[in-house]
Design a protein around this ligand. Sequence first.
Ligand code: ZN
Length: 401
Amino acid sequence: MIRVSADWILPIADAPIGGGAVTLDQGRIVSVGSSDGREDLSLGRAAVLPGLVNAHTHLELSYLHGRIPPAPSFLEWVRPMLAARAARSGSDEAAIAGAARRAIQFARATGTSLVGDVTNTLAAVALLRDARMPACVFHELLGFGGRHVDEQVSAARTTIDKLGSDDDLRVSLAPHAPYSVAPALFTAIRRDLDEHVPMVSTVHLAESPEEVEFLRSGTGPWRTLLEQMGVWNADWHAPHCSPVEYLADIGFLTGSVLAVHGVQFEGSDLDRLRALGMTLVSCPRSNRHVGVGSPPLEAFYAMDVDVAFGTDSLASVDDLSMFSELAEARRIAPKVPARALLRSATLTGATALGFGDAFGSIEPGKRAALVAVHVPDGVTDVEEYLVSGVDPDRISWVEAA
Ligand SMILES: [Zn+2]
């Protein structure tokens, strides 16, 4: 057992405690409250908060760091990204794994305690286990042709079952996006999810204006790209509605689906998301890099939708620091209270990923995965400081006894 005090404790589930203390035992939180000045360890001018939750990343794309430049529009980012992935050769495997391993280490060093990782290759599963980084891994399926979807999903399920899930690492299934997944594949994935625990899933939704155009009219750059790739499905007809309406009508959306991006969401979409109890994962730095604009974050919060944050992959962001992501969120949403942003980056993400009983807040019984941020002299509003961009060298982990 160890008792640790700090000038600020941020339980997230409750208001910050000035002059606070936490008691930890065997990797769990025993209690949290005010300091009595007799703790085993005093961290002084530090803010202790739960480890951050990166609710959306693609670790397997870490090797693309710095290779796909910022673009003025989404398809101008997608095309070089697809070309870079296609150019990858079998001999690159070690380099790809090495880049993902370093990305996990950096995420941990900058205070991340849990990730939601989207993968096509499933290579990240072993890397996350080796690094003891808790995760919900989403085995992502693509296929616009809509053929043999049951076989595709049952093969994916067999692969997932072989990998196994445990308390720290769970593997689930996820469709990529409305422009890359046929309605029949969405339906087959939904059927599979309903038969399995955990049911948590995720989907990229309303990221670009081109996606919205594609669903509204069946035209535009996405249609062109699908045709050029030779995967256009002649049976597919535009639903003439928004991305949220489309997937809700198909029956894919439930409260267990994390909708990622939502840059193009309108008020009615946000109403629907809230009614479904869904969590919206925002990745504002990536959105800017790939040319889709900034998400309407203030509207997300004003509409009372549950918001989490993710970095997305190193193909579209400079680093996997959630503190950097929070700084971009603060920049584009100055009216959202810092406390709400911090809750998004911790408890909301953990809950959405199905880890809310163990991560995301400082409460008795939860994991002692706590981050200490050394606060510079002169800072009076600690919550605001934490969303202003924190240097990695100010971040450390509170060692649990
Ligand atoms: Zn993504």
